[in-house]
Design a protein around this ligand. Structure first.
Ligand code: FE
Length: 195
């Protein structure tokens, strides 16, 4: 925890308590900083959804299926308001390329959604997507708060050589990542444009 800034001053006690286990996997090594939620902060940057979104993905946190290639990653974080309050029941919908950079457009491989818990936490277990023609490595995400405006965006990996060459890349959308026992952990908190 000491290696990167936290929102501890603005989070409620309950949310802070839940932040500790969430960050445990990420606290092992220094992490690249990503924008944090502050009272005056702006919402998470919006990005285009691209050509491969499919509605009605399965509700699941684990996208890894038997025989699936690619390094595993656990992606965790909070869904928060501009005031850093959790957004329980926000639907987080993730879709991505496989390790070769291909999307499953006939089925729902590497597609899934889940609801943030009472403290706004979400968690996915998946693989690191492959970069494909013209794009650096990225996840696609839609975050839908109950009764609020949908956020569509993309998440990026720190240290990718292709980040600099991808016109869509935004450093505000970098995950913090850390290696732990050969596996990768990623952290990103979504800040929705709502109070
Ligand atoms: Fe894509």
């Amino acid at each position: 925890m000491a290696n990167f800034p936290t929102r501890r001053s603005v989070l409620t006690t309950g949310a802070l308590a839940s932040l500790l286990p969430l960050d445990a996997a990420l606290a092992q090594v220094p992490l690249n900083p990503t924008p944090e939620c502050h009272d005056s902060d702006t919402a998470t940057v919006r990005q285009t959804e691209g050509p491969f979104f499919k509605p009605s993905s399965p509700e699941r946190a684990d996208l890894i299926e038997p025989g699936m290639a690619g390094p595993p990653i656990e992606l965790v974080g909070f869904v928060l308001t501009l005031g850093c309050r959790p957004v329980p029941d926000a639907v987080v919908d993730l879709w991505q390329a496989d390790d070769k950079g291909d999307y499953d457009n006939s089925g729902f491989r590497l597609r899934g959604h889940q609801r943030a818990d009472a403290e706004g936490r979400y968690r996915f277990r998946t693989i690191v997507p492959g970069a494909y023609e013209g794009r650096t490595r990225h996840f696609h995400v839609k975050v839908a708060p109950p009764g609020g405006r949908l956020l569509t965006t993309q998440l990026y990996f720190p240290g990718e050589p292709k980040n600099r060459k991808d016109g869509l890349f935004r450093r505000e959308l970098l995950m913090r990542t850390a290696k732990k026992k050969g596996s990768l952990a990623g952290r990103f908190d979504f800040v929705l444009d709502m109070r």
